[in-house]
Design a protein around this ligand. Structure first.
Ligand SMILES: [Zn+2]
Length: 288
């Protein structure tokens, strides 16, 4: 179902009660209707006072947030929904400090909230494989090192980015990952995990990339490219990191996950807030 864009005022009015949020969470978690996780029965009793669905057949009780990132949250669902809206409508994202001030919650709660949302984002993108033409390269993240030198210094965090694009050069999906090193084995693991068969990989000319060429037997070819979109995405990510996260490299992977989630859905018809609500409602905290 495609939904129209929605203003924050309208969003807040629509989800201003826990009951309204529960209805939306139910729709997002069970888009095809309720299915008992134990016996598969589709009929249930709603115990609204406890936010529970009880299976008519086996009587198993299932909360709409059980096992998700919202499991046993102490925050009202309305706060979760407003946070989801805020961090999807501003491409710069929201820091924990901004969440704390805007939503009127403690910094610790805001940090917990934003980390959970980012993990749901990562889970949503985890199993999508890049295919077609993919630009891939490694890069460093972080400010000047202690000796003031910029570039590939020892004090920076190592990362790998890959972005798929069409034959016409239109960027599609990006994935970024913090790595321990740039050895061929590490790059190969990322390629195996993130790329579909017959993916055409374009990357920089480092030695580790050349070893990937030999090991990537299932790919059709491997050639150098100008990596234009990859460098654009990396620059945008660094700007996001500097602007919203003040360049902090702690929890860098979760910032990358947030950036990639938003980038990968920049042209979707459905407002991003509803897509993120579904990602959170269908997330699995046990996978973290
Ligand atoms: Zn059942």
């Amino acid at each position: 179902m495609v939904r129209a864009a929605i203003s924050f005022r309208e969003f807040r009015m629509r989800y201003h009660t826990e009951a309204a949020c529960r209805e939306e969470l139910f729709r997002q978690r069970f888009p095809e209707g309720f299915v008992c996780p134990k016996c598969g029965c589709k009929e249930f009793y709603a115990i609204r006072s406890r936010n529970i669905c009880q299976c008519r057949s086996c009587r198993r009780q299932t909360s709409v947030t059980a096992g998700t990132m919202m499991h046993r949250t102490h925050l009202p669902w309305t706060v979760w929904f407003w946070a989801i809206y805020l961090c999807t409508t501003d491409k710069r994202g929201m820091s924990a400090v901004q969440f704390s001030r805007t939503l009127g919650i403690s910094y610790d709660s805001a940090w917990h909230l934003s980390e959970r949302i980012r993990k749901a984002m990562e889970q949503r993108d985890r199993h999508y494989q890049r295919s077609g033409i993919v630009e891939m390269n490694d890069y460093y993240v972080g400010g000047p090192s202690h000796n003031g030198k910029r570039g590939r210094g020892k004090d920076k965090v190592k990362a790998v980015a890959a972005i798929s694009r069409t034959e016409d050069g239109i960027p599609l999906f990006v994935r970024m990952k913090v790595v321990d090193g740039f050895k061929g084995k590490t790059l190969q693991q990322i390629a195996d995990q993130c790329f579909a068969e017959h993916t055409k990989v374009e990357c920089g000319g480092y030695h580790s990339h050349r070893s990937l060429e030999n090991a990537a037997l299932s790919y059709s070819c491997y050639e150098a490219g100008d990596l234009h979109w990859l460098h654009t995405a990396i620059s945008n990510f660094k700007a996001f990191l500097l602007g919203t996260c003040h360049g902090r490299c702690v929890h860098l992977q979760s910032y990358m996950d947030e950036f990639c989630f938003r980038f990968n859905r920049r042209n979707t018809a459905n407002p991003l807030c509803f897509r993120l609500a579904r990602a959170v409602a269908a997330s699995c905290a046990l996978l973290c």
